[in-house]
Ligand binder design. Structure first.
Ligand SMILES: [Zn+2]
Ligand SMILES: [Zn+2]
Length: 284
């Protein structure tokens, strides 16, 4: 990475289109509270699991970024479409940003480190950072494995398109309440849950491993993100498909990957076994 091609450090100018979309989504999420019913609530929860759980945790993160297991191409592509439905950007953008995060964790060049401020790590880097979604070919340097697949390049350029289709479906099937709940509120909840992995789990929680970054294991972020909150485990062992390493570290995405493996859908599942590691625990 050279500074003239990609600057990921604060401060910078406001990304107006992204900011506007995020403001509208938050307005929609608040409006959803006034049209509550159990049917749309259940639909939002189901889509939250399918889209954020499968798309981000088992997809963009554990498969596309870290290749902690091998999946057939149809499943890879399906998980990438689900990842795009979170509105966290296309697969090349997401994977490249996250690989840079692992390379530079909490050091200069980390796109979202709380050392630049908790707010910056949570959402400031998206509102003000230079890491925008349109630099497919710049980001492709960090995700060459994805950039050689035309489908991923297309999805990266039109990462918003699946959500337009889904929004139209939600409006057609359940009108405004379903759109606000399973569209706006579901997206906003997924964004903040994922952003908490960048902010909270680099600030609050315990540390089993002495990594060179500030990563923590945080149980409540893990609950919101299907196991992504066991972030200190993950930084210590990035290619492990299993993030929750103790029996009490609930990791739904790992359970799902195990089911897929038992069914023969996925292969080459990488799992870390913890033996002889020094447990370094720090207060939250
Ligand atoms: Zn991290
Ligand atoms: Zn990671």
């Amino acid at each position: 990475m050279t500074p003239e091609t990609l600057s990921l450090s604060p401060p910078s100018r406001l990304n107006w289109p992204t900011t506007l979309v995020l403001l509208l989504l938050h307005a929609g999420a608040i409006a959803a509270l006034f049209v509550f019913n159990w049917r749309v609530f259940a639909a939002a929860v189901a889509l939250y699991w399918i889209i954020t759980g499968l798309g981000i945790s088992t997809g963009y993160h554990r498969l596309h970024t870290h290749r902690s297991y091998a999946a057939p191409l149809w499943l890879e592509h399906l998980l990438a479409v689900l990842g795009a439905l979170t509105l966290e950007g296309g697969p090349i953008f997401w994977v490249a940003t996250h690989r840079i995060h692992h390379q530079k964790s909490d050091q200069p060049g980390d796109p979202h480190s709380p050392r630049d401020g908790g707010w910056w790590a949570h959402v400031g880097w998206i509102l003000f950072g230079e890491a925008n979604h349109n630099r497919t070919w710049t980001m492709a340097k960090y995700a060459p494995d994805l950039a050689k697949d035309p489908f991923y390049v297309w999805l990266n350029n039109y990462h918003w398109a699946p959500n337009v289709v889904l929004a139209a479906l939600l409006l057609a099937l359940g009108g405004l309440p379903l759109f606000l709940w399973a569209g706006c509120l579901r997206i906003v909840a997924g964004l903040h849950a994922t952003w908490l992995v960048n902010s909270a789990t680099h600030m609050w929680g315990s540390r089993r491993f002495t990594t060179r970054d500030d990563s923590r294991n945080n149980w409540w972020v893990a609950l919101l993100t299907f196991g992504e909150g066991w972030h200190n485990n993950h930084h210590a062992h990035p290619t492990s498909a299993r993030h929750g390493l103790a029996w009490y570290e609930f990791d739904p995405s790992w359970l799902l990957i195990r089911v897929w493996k038992a069914l023969g859908v996925v292969k080459k599942v990488q799992v870390v076994t913890v033996k002889g590691e020094t447990a370094v625990r720090q207060a939250a």
